[in-house]
Design a protein. Sequence first.
Length: 457
Amino acid sequence: MILRGSMAIEDGRLKIGGCDVVQLAKEFGTPLYVVDEAMFRSRCREYRAGLSAVYPKSRVIYAGKALLNAAICRIVEQEGLALDVVSGGELYTALHAGFPADRIYFHGNNKSIEELEMALDAGVHRIIVDNFDELELLEALAKSRSVVPDILLRVTPGVEVHTHSYIRTGHLDSKFGFSLHGGMALKAIERAVASPHLRLRGVHCHIGSQIFDITAYDAACEIIFEFLARAREATGFAPEELNLGGGLGVRYVEVDHPTSPAEFVAHLAQIVMREARRWRFELPALLIEPGRSIAAEAGTTLYTVGSVKEIPGVRTYVAVDGGMNDNPRVALYQARYEAIVANKADAPKTNRVTVAGKLCESGDILIWDLEAPKIQPGDILAVFATGAYNYSMASNYNRLPKPAMVLVADGSAELIVARETFADLVRFDRIPARLRDARDQAAAAHDGEPLKRASWR
Ligand code: LLP
């Protein structure tokens, strides 16, 4: 089992950021997302310091899709990173938190008119254009506002990376970006360069996520530079910026051996410098967009065990009070996690159990075959490395409220996302007039809101 960041085991209990997690479970309830602030920050620093040490002009852009809320925006801002947002909602979250717009990169393969307008109004630093329709739409919007947005074009180099097929993005048959094959990307460059309403700064590519073999980036870079050389010949365009996306893998379980961020950025720097030299390009600024490798291992989810079901000769199911609603990654990608019983943290692991969620799906499993001490109802289970793509992908399936999130550091814990309530779940429900009856009329007469009452109480 891997103890990450500020984790420690003291008196048989798991501590994170100096906080006893059993106490956190008691104080804030479960399921509970716990974020280790020091670890999140140290990942940001490792990336930023690592990249600036090996490459002259560079920027680290945190990919907010991994984990985003107001407090995370603040930390990312304080650590001097830029932010990648991928929707109006993420952009709104960032702006609402006061994140500087001139450090925001706006992504997405189907940005709506409203989203593009929002980005232009806010004055985001870069819009990463994914397709011809967007190029045209953005050009028209920019023209009508007499602004000239700075853009990058997302290109798809056609490299296959060894990761789950759902999180592969750089291959030829991908919904993302302009393909380098068949002349699409070249046409996009010609089109953007010719437009007086757009300022083309460079290209972007993201080949996939949870990548262990970082030589996949060599292939992508080689292909992109070769393409850029052709584009330069055809259009005279030379990129000021090259954004290589995110994708570095993290350690979910002991057998995972990812490259460290420092080694990763050193590798990227080297191949970009080599390729730029080979094709006689002035060195472009190097941008990267890590998400998972900053957030994942800083997060832990706490659950309370509700039932233990032993099927003799088959397996023992330990059911917890969350599941695929707060962590859909196991069901979606067969992801693997580790966990410990936080209140029995140094007890010998004599049993093998399967940790199941409480949702109405057989696939709602969090961990198959976990080695653990004897588990009983009321025990607190801590599942590790849940900081990325858990909260951000959480749902209300089975009408489960989304968990709260606390930020822990130096022995103190602060709520950064409040727990959803049952009232939150019905807040947006409406009963059409033709379905209303006496109960709604009585309630409406009372406060004008047909559903603002709780007759079940
Ligand atoms: N930049 C772009 C354009 C991206 O599409 C992504 C992730 C990133 C950066 C950040 O990649 P990271 O460093 O986090 O690997 N839900 C999936 C992951 C989807 C990743 C989507 N794009 C999962 O839970 O594994």
